[in-house]
Write a protein that binds this ligand. Structure first.
Ligand SMILES: [Zn+2]
Length: 442
């Protein structure tokens, strides 16, 4: 490579490093809650992701619980963890943990000694200012969209979305009772259920920046068009179900609803999903939908194929659909959907740690197929703040590498590449989730 080439690499990299990221998706606790936790390298870093790889590698769930327990001695936990750590060190999830440990806590490699030292340093940092240090200073993130079931979030760091899955995934009488308590109003008919949903939107619409749908964890994303009459029949059957209650030996209440099968419940669930989409569109709220790989172990990937959602894209043209996780492994399907439909957006949250290689390959493909205003290149999708740092670092590296390749093969000029990087990591998310704020450059 010529001197000029190296110079170019420097300019793009530097531009990407300096972008104040708009992070489309996190599950972080509020800082005041995080700093009350007992932190150590296992209980803090293994609530998800690497823990699922440990199970996939053969670890028993009971062992995982022991490793996560901050009250057990670190040495015992290390001894259980070490043989499996060796097995999962090749994955993206493990790599993210190593980046966080190295860059934030100065730990080069995990061992019995260093996991004790890392935990000591984590405890030392676990105080007010932790989020400013990691999210703002180290990660360069301006704001993170937070999926945490609450709206009273620290607005210095977060803007919330809210889930409406509880209004949709109705299968047992029990689900209606939970909703009644949540909405603080009786729900005795389909009309009352719809009214409660409308009121929930009115209550939340000015506090949230979007709607989150995580239903692909428990059902197919195929939502057919059912009529009010079909949905009402299912509602009335559900409402007539009996809920048996008794007190168990420990004083806890055991409830055993009769429940409907998924096939029986589907017309009502589908009907309510259409209502949620229509209301989100009416109130100008983008809809974040989980598609592709489900976190954890042993789920049905075919449930989460984004192609199932096509009828919703066609029917609700005024709605905006933010499809999560690059729909991995349905990368090509998402390319086609986002290319075809003006209301479908590609969201790469979680993707850079699932596989950095897939993230780069997919981004390269999307940059050739999907308009540059519809690709959102970063959402950390972590429950612990250290993970967000590592993920943001990988995301910046991937965006820079893909754009650099396209400069070198003559697809983009350097100026175009820098412009796109700002769109991918910042402006597209601002446009989609904060349209009224106008674009804030920087
Ligand atoms: Zn998530």
């Amino acid at each position: 490579m010529s001197e000029g080439g190296r110079g170019n690499l420097g300019i793009l990299r530097e531009a990407v490093e300096n972008i104040k990221i708009m992070d489309t998706h996190e599950h972080l606790p509020q800082e005041e809650d995080r700093i009350k936790e007992l932190v150590d390298v296992f209980s803090t870093f293994l609530p998800h992701y690497a823990s699922s790889d440990l199970v996939s590698a053969g670890m028993a769930e009971g062992e995982l619980e022991e490793i996560r327990n901050p009250r057990l001695p670190l040495r015992t936990r290390w001894e259980k963890f070490a043989p499996y750590w060796e097995k999962i060190r090749n994955t993206g999830y493990a790599r993210a943990l190593e980046i966080a440990l190295r860059d934030l806590y100065g730990i080069q490699e995990l061992s019995l000694e260093t996991c004790e030292e890392a935990s000591r340093r984590m405890r030392e940092a676990n105080k007010k200012g932790l989020y400013r240090w990691i999210l703002k200073e180290k990660s360069g993130i301006e704001l993170s969209i937070l999926d945490s079931e609450r709206i009273d979030v620290d607005r210095e760091f977060f803007a919330p979305v809210m889930r409406f899955d509880g209004f949709i995934a109705l299968k047992e009488k029990w689900d209606l009772e939970i909703l009644e308590r949540h909405c603080n109003s009786p729900i005795h008919s389909l009309d009352e259920l719809e009214r409660a949903l409308e009121l929930e939107f009115l209550r939340l619409k000015d506090s949230i920046v979007g709607v989150k749908i995580a239903l692909a964890y428990r059902r197919s994303l195929s939502f057919e068009k059912s009529t009010h009459e079909e949905a009402e029949k299912v509602f009335n059957r559900l409402y007539a179900q009996k809920v048996f209650r008794r007190i168990d030996a420990y004083g806890g209440r055991i409830t055993k609803p009769e429940g409907l099968s998924f096939e029986e419940a589907k017309p009502l669930q589908d009907y309510m999903m259409h209502k949620v989409v229509a209301l989100a569109a009416k109130h100008g709220l983008p809809i974040q939908i989980h598609t592709g790989l489900q976190e954890g172990n042993e789920n049905l990937i075919t449930n989460s194929n984004p192609v199932h959602l096509t009828n919703l894209f066609m029917e609700y043209k005024e709605a905006k659909f933010d499809l999560f996780h690059g729909s991995y492994p349905y990368i090509g399907e998402l390319s086609v959907l986002a290319k075809n439909f003006p209301n479908v957006f590609v969201d790469m949250c979680w993707l850079h740690i699932i596989s950095p290689t897939v993230a780069r390959r997919a981004l390269s493909e999307w940059l050739e197929t999907v308009p540059g205003n519809k690709i959102l290149a970063f959402g950390g999708d972590y429950r612990f703040v250290e993970g967000v740092y590592a993920h943001a670092k990988l995301a910046r590296e991937n965006v820079a590498r893909v754009l650099q390749e396209k400069i070198e093969d003559g697809t983009f000029t350097e100026a175009q590449a820098v412009r796109l990087a700002v769109r991918l990591l910042r402006e597209n998310a601002l446009d989609l989730f904060f349209p009224r704020a106008g674009i804030r450059k920087g």
